[in-house]
Design a protein. Structure first.
Ligand code: PEP
Ligand code: MG
Length: 585
């Protein structure tokens, strides 16, 4: 039996199902006597302290086995457990309502979970999973029993309705892969799985019902599939696929030493999208030419619940500039939705945050903190290889205001006698349709455009990029989208400004011929994708790409474009299939 899901971390794993139940734990409920109040409060405080110690331990292990940034996710959990309101509410319930500690604590934390679950922002919905896991830990410690999560099989594959970050990192040493029914690509669990390079597929509906403990299963983290109780033939097929996957990685590693040029000598720059500083190591590998996108929101996550100080900004960007040198690194200013829970004090609740006070809109409302970030970037720019990029720009006025704040930041630094790159390049992400259609109006005021295709497609097609039920509409081959890319490229060329793509389409080897043909020669992508993309680039003929891309822009549907690509001489490699819409699969 095969069930389809979404790959969040590539690879193939074959093993036995280890079912984890994150939801169920015994929750005793009783009234305490007056004389028991003090000992009940003490019992609660001891369990909380023990839980914090456990999370500290997990954090340390994660730091060592994954990265500082992956470990830092647990700082947020520790901050939640240390939250004075949560403690006060629990203790008040014990004292005033005579509730036992388990009940008092569960009620208090339920309020936090409910607020997050009601949020229309998938990011917050996913954080509710983290908090439920914290609650489970506190309850287990209150009851004085240790629940063993450790799998006992030889090659365990964890199957769960959902998986918390702490479980992912505690389990990772002993498991071969993860499968869950829920979760999103932006979840901390997904981030940790990718960091740890463990094959993982999420959104596998019905998997918990469909498997029994010990069942043999295969995770196909290439095509996003889970195979339950595979037949001998299927097992053999996947052992071969795994062998081919490994062989292909070694071949790609060898190939990556070649320069990034098409067969007819067209140089294509590959840069990295960096979320975690730990990924910076990859910036000097495989002929990568710097950082095309540093998503600075991960610095905010790391510092949460505090906002990063100017010093935090400076130190981080300095490390990025040094890692990328002599190539450039593009620092994108904050792109947070309007209601990240640790920024409640700054942003109001929004019904539809994807269309709300996101990114540059948010920064322009919070002038002072925007300026702090800009000062941090400027201070780190003395090697002259940093560039500033504003996300989600909609109208020209926003760009002008953002540049005014940048000027102010520069004046402040001059007054303070602090050196910085006075010629620092400034660009925008093109990811909102009106900005894409009006690119000419922005071109005079910027040094570069970088196309955020994830959001551009989301807003063009009116599909929430985190909503599984409309994911079938996502179609980067759609000719109307290709025409838009072509027109942005011609605006950039005419105005002689920089041009790159940093959205996920740049990580897709099958999109590369089209993108090159449309006039793009700089791509920024997750480090994991570099080898496949480079291998594609060195197999292409520029003039073929141009011909096929121009032909594609004249078509009417994404399917026609895919058929065009299939019929062309463009090579298509193992494991990398052309994207298909639902009706084609
Ligand atoms: C994009 O929208 O394509 C992009 C690169 O930005 P993010 O994915 O961070 O929104
Ligand atoms: Mg974006």
């Amino acid at each position: 039996m095969k069930i389809k899901g979404t790959t969040i971390s590539q690879g193939i794993a074959i093993g036995q199902a280890h079912l984890l139940d994150v939801e169920k734990f015994l929750l005793p409920s009783y009234e305490i006597k007056d004389e028991e109040v003090e000992s009940e409060v003490n019992r609660f405080n001891a369990a909380l302290k023990l839980t914090i110690e456990e999370i500290e331990e997990i954090k340390e292990k994660t730091r060592q086995s994954a990265s500082d940034e992956a470990g830092a996710i647990f700082d947020v959990h520790i901050a939640i457990l240390n939250d004075p309101t949560l403690k006060r509410n629990t203790v008040t319930r014990i004292i005033k309502e005579r509730k036992n500690a388990e009940q008092a604590f569960t009620t208090s934390i339920k309020n936090v979970v409910e607020v997050l679950e009601k949020s229309s922002d998938p990011y917050f919905k996913e954080r509710a999973i983290d908090i439920r896991d914290l609650a489970r830990r506190v309850i287990v410690n209150l009851q004085g029993k240790k629940k063993s999560d450790s799998p006992t099989y030889e090659s365990p594959i964890v199957v769960s309705s959902q998986l918390s970050p702490s479980q992912t990192s505690v389990l990772h040493a002993s498991v071969k892969g993860f499968v869950t029914e829920h979760g999103g690509k932006t979840s901390h669990t997904a981030i940790i799985a990718r960091s740890l390079e463990i094959p993982a597929v999420i959104g596998v509906k019905g998997i918990v019902e469909a498997v029994s403990p010990g069942d043999e299963i295969i995770i196909d983290g290439i095509d996003g599939l889970v195979i339950i109780k595979p037949t001998e033939d299927e097992k053999e097929e996947y052992l071969n696929k795994l062998k081919a996957f490994k062989e292909r990685r070694s071949k790609l590693l060898e190939e990556s030493k070649k320069p990034s040029k098409t067969v007819d000598g067209h140089h294509i720059k590959i840069r990295c999208n960096i979320d975690f500083e730990e990924e910076l190591e990859k910036v000097n590998e495989f002929g990568v030419e710097g950082v095309g996108l540093y998503r600075s929101e991960f610095l905010y996550l790391k510092c949460a619940p505090e906002l990063p100080s100017e010093e935090d900004h400076f130190e981080t960007y300095k490390r990025i500039a040094e890692a990328a040198y002599p190539f450039k690194a593009v620092i994108r200013t904050l792109d947070l939705g309007g209601e990240k829970y640790f920024h409640e004090q700054l942003a109001p609740q929004e019904v539809n945050p994807v269309l709300g006070l996101r990114a540059i809109r948010f920064s322009l409302r919070h002038h002072q903190f925007f300026k702090t970030q800009l000062k941090g970037i400027l201070r780190a720019s003395t090697k002259k290889n940093l560039e500033i990029m504003f996300p989600m720009v909609t109208i020209v006025e926003e760009l002008k205001t953002a540049k005014d704040v940048l000027k102010e930041a520069m004046q402040d630094l001059k007054r303070e006698g602090v050196p910085f790159d006075e010629e620092i390049k400034v660009g925008i992400m093109i990811e909102i349709p009106i900005c894409a259609l009006n690119a000419e109006a922005f071109a005079l005021d910027v040094d570069f455009f970088s196309i955020g295709t994830n959001d551009l497609i989301q807003y063009l097609m009116a599909i929430d990029r985190n909503n599984e039920s409309v994911a079938g509409y996502y179609d980067p081959h759609h000719p109307a989208f290709l025409r838009l890319l072509l027109s942005i490229a011609s605006v950039a060329k005419r105005n002689k400004i920089g041009l790159s793509i940093c959205g996920e389409v740049a990580s897709d080897p099958d999109m590369i011929p089209l993108l090159i043909g449309l006039g793009y020669d700089e791509f920024s992508m997750t480090p994991q994708s570099v080898l496949e993309v480079k291998s594609k680039i060195i197999s292409l003929l520029y003039k073929e790409c141009r011909k096929i891309a121009l032909e594609a822009t004249k078509m009417k549907t994404g399917r026609q474009v895919r058929n065009l690509l299939k019929g062309s001489k463009m090579p298509s490699f193992l494991g990398i299939k052309l994207g298909k819409t639902k009706d084609e699969s």
